[in-house]
Design a protein around this ligand. Structure first.
Ligand SMILES: [Fe+2]
Length: 344
């Protein structure tokens, strides 16, 4: 394999002009850019967002812009590698902090990208998906999959904030991102499926009596997640306790493109995952610690968020007992057939 490929400057000007006029370009000068050897060269850089710094900005957005003028009142977490204004945290993952004030509603719409909400602060908010009212308590994971109507409301008396994670960049890249608006949905008068059909792990409505929906459970209450992590951690074993969020009917990832895990690190515990081909973001539900990502060192506390490019060298160390939710795009890479892990 040639060390160095031909460049544009190697070609005579008249030939370059003729190519431009014909609407073509030579591949070989760009070959190493689009097909680098060994590992990709991500544009994404490690990112860190301190919640205490963002919270006043969010609340100010609440004063400056009524929800009717925003539809969704969100501050987007911009990838440092793409710079200010970037509508994404990694190549495939969009992250935004959304504020809803008491009594406000975010109107119903449906769109091609999928979203997940991780509840950050406040009580009384809910999301309605396909008529099902999903309460949002701190740490809860709530799905609004692509193609499902959803709106948000708030019955509490203090501001609520949640973290949105979407596969929006993928849909923008595909020129497939669009939405439709509609009236607020009628809510079914019953608790959500996490409190009815899927109350117990390992049990699902009998197949002979029901046909499961594509997204049978759209709310994952934090209380249960934390209890499950504590149960695993109490028995020790290698490494930290980490659980995948799964579709309770199929055992597969909750969404086609994005996956989520819940992680628990004991005080002083270190986690050094293998180099993964997926990009990721971490949201701190509780606890404090330090994470190093490709040499960048982030000291984090409750409700902070940080992100990692593909194949990042990641090391977490908890200063106290800590719980994180990890967002990643491994499901998309699995579908495309190239997800891999490499030993450090
Ligand atoms: Fe939406």
């Amino acid at each position: 394999m040639a060390e160095r490929l031909g460049t544009l400057e190697d070609l005579p000007q008249d030939y370059r002009d003729a190519m431009t006029a014909a609407g073509v370009a030579p591949l070989w000068p760009m070959m190493r850019n689009v097909l680098p050897h060994g590992v990709p060269r991500p544009q994404t850089r490690p990112g860190y967002w301190n919640y205490d710094a963002l919270r006043p900005l969010l609340l100010r957005a609440g004063e400056l812009t009524p929800v009717e003028k925003a539809e969704r009142r969100v501050l987007v977490l911009s990838d440092p590698g793409r710079g200010p204004g970037a509508m994404q945290a990694t190549a495939s993952i969009y992250l935004g902090l959304q504020l809803l004030l008491p009594g406000e509603t975010a109107p119903a719409h449906v769109h091609t990208p999928s979203a997940v909400r991780i509840m950050v602060e406040g009580e009384g908010a809910f999301t309605v998906v396909d008529g099902e009212k999903l309460p949002m308590e701190e740490g809860d994971l709530v799905l609004t999959p692509g193609g499902e109507w959803h709106d948000h409301g708030h019955d509490g008396d203090a501001p609520v904030v949640w973290l949105d994670a979407l596969d929006l960049p993928v849909f923008v890249y595909l020129e497939g991102s669009y939405a439709r608006e509609g009236p607020l949905q009628a809510q079914r008068n019953r608790p959500d499926a996490s409190q009815v059909e899927y109350l117990s792990s390992g049990l699902a409505p009998s197949r002979s009596r029901s046909r499961a929906r594509r997204y049978p459970m759209m709310r994952y209450p934090w209380g249960r997640t934390e209890a499950a992590l504590r149960g695993m951690a109490a028995q020790g074993g290698d490494g930290i306790a980490e659980l995948d969020y799964i579709n309770p009917e199929t055992g597969e990832d909750v969404l086609p493109t994005m996956g989520f895990t819940a992680m628990m690190l004991g005080a002083g515990q270190v986690d050094e995952p293998p180099l993964r081909s997926c990009s990721s973001a971490f949201h701190v539900v509780k606890g404090r610690g330090v994470t190093t990502i490709d040499g960048a060192r982030f000291k984090w506390g409750p409700k902070d968020t940080f992100s990692a490019p593909v194949f990042a060298d990641i090391r977490h160390e908890a200063g106290e007992e800590a719980f994180l939710v990890r967002v990643h795009d491994r499901p998309l890479q699995d579908r495309l057939g190239y997800y891999e892990e490499r030993a450090k």
